[in-house]
Ligand binder design. Structure first.
Ligand SMILES: *Cc1c(COP(=O)(O)O)cnc(C)c1O
Length: 389
């Protein structure tokens, strides 16, 4: 966001805090992604809905991406409501409840990403009740680390996700025995906010190994889902508003062995929506501490929990002021010491009532908001809502 945005007088009339989504940024990101995908006809992107489930954002995404990755029954419902076709939905998650599996079967989703042998049996028996055959991919834990926050790494043997490589053959054998599931492929997801392409290379190497192992047993899969995880630049979003889709897809093209009859699915969340959203808040108070000063916002961890949960860093700007900079600890009003957006943040001189923008908040922001302290959920606006103001 740049200071000019504040010239939207519209902000003044809104109750803060709220999410502000820049439609142009989102469309430019989606257009760039599709452009970088074009050379690879076997590659398909499914939007990872948990990153942002705002209905208006979803509908917009749906006009550029047909597939969607859901991790709950509620997300399947939201995807369908936003216009996604059930046959383009994949359903992942380590703990799918019976009602969620039934709902997904009823909707006719494309595929379940199955995370345990027990889940496979449950899907088989629920599908049998309606005499259906559910397509399944097995989520394999590839024991591949990622250079990211430990809380958002998912591909190590110690993580709860997926079926271990040792157990994989047995679960595939089981899938072939069961009548109401059809095994179509493998699914992986090593974590989020990954900027090192070498982490994805390590995943490709592991997938190639596993494929060779299957092919030695004359098992050919039609579907490889490599998950998501491509990161964005939280430090300098103004200079780097777009993720490096080109390196990402070309890395997979170079290192993943893909047969002509196979499709490769990517499940991108953060990289699609991360940079298009800002959390806009007003300063309630500027408080002098012993050796520091606090800018106390009306937005808190209930609106954007990433800093409190992952020690995540967001670029923060005072969009109301061009006065000289000072250092502030930028904090929320919630009764938790972890309700801090950033320490020693350089901001233009802050006064009560100034608008503070917390940038790169489009992913895992609004979708993770809570009502702790009986606070209302944050509202949201698209940039086009201000066009006539
Ligand atoms: C969260 C998640 C994603 C999306 O991750 P991003 O880092 O937002 O791209 C993809 N696949 C699965 C299975 C997930 O749980």
């Amino acid at each position: 966001m740049n200071n000019n945005l504040f010239l939207h007088n519209g902000f003044n009339k809104k109750q803060t805090p709220f999410y502000y989504y820049d439609v142009k940024c989102l469309i430019d990101t989606l257009t760039l992604m599709n452009q970088k995908l074009e050379p690879y006809p076997n590659f398909h992107v499914h939007y990872a809905l948990k990153a942002n489930a705002n209905l208006r954002i979803l509908s917009l995404i749906n006009s550029y991406i047909s597939g969607v990755d859901c991790v709950s029954g509620g997300e399947i419902r939201a995807a369908i409501e936003a216009g996604f076709d059930p046959s383009d939905i994949v359903f992942a998650g380590v703990g799918k409840a019976d009602w969620e599996i039934k709902y997904a079967l009823e909707c006719g989703i494309y595929c379940f990403n199955v995370e345990s042998e027990e889940e496979l049996e449950v899907i088989n028996s629920l599908a049998a009740q309606w005499n259906l055959v559910a397509k399944v991919a097995l989520r394999i834990n590839p024991d591949v680390g990622a250079h990211t926050n430990a809380n958002i790494a998912t591909g190590l043997a110690e993580n709860k996700f997926g079926i271990s490589m040792q157990h994989m053959d047995a679960v595939i054998d089981k899938a072939f025995i069961l009548d109401h599931v059809k095994f179509i492929g493998l699914h992986f997801h090593i974590g989020s906010q990954i900027l090192e392409m070498n982490d994805f290379v390590a995943l490709c190497n592991r997938i190639n190994e596993l494929q060779d192992r299957l092919e030695a047993h004359h098992i050919n899969i039609e579907y490889i889902n490599v998950g998501g995880g491509l990161g964005i630049d939280y430090d300098d979003p103004l200079q780097h508003p777009f993720p490096d889709f080109e390196s990402y897809f070309s890395t997979y093209n170079k290192f993943l062995k893909v047969h002509p009859y196979q499709t490769v699915h990517f499940e991108l969340g953060r990289s699609i929506v991360g940079q298009c959203g800002d959390l806009i808040s007003r300063v309630l108070y500027v408080k002098k501490g012993m050796n520091k000063q606090f800018a106390i916002l009306d937005a808190g961890m209930t609106d954007l929990i990433r800093p409190a949960l992952y020690h995540a860093h967001h670029y923060i700007e005072n969009i109301s002021s061009e006065l000289p900079e000072e250092l502030y600890d930028v904090v929320g009003p919630v009764c938790e010491s972890s309700d801090v957006f950033g320490k020693d943040i350089r901001l233009n001189w802050v006064e009560r009532g100034d608008f503070i923008a917390i940038e790169s908040a489009g992913a895992y922001g609004e979708s993770m908001a809570s009502c702790y302290n009986c606070r209302p959920l944050p509202k949201s606006y698209l940039s086009c809502d201000f066009d006539n103001e």
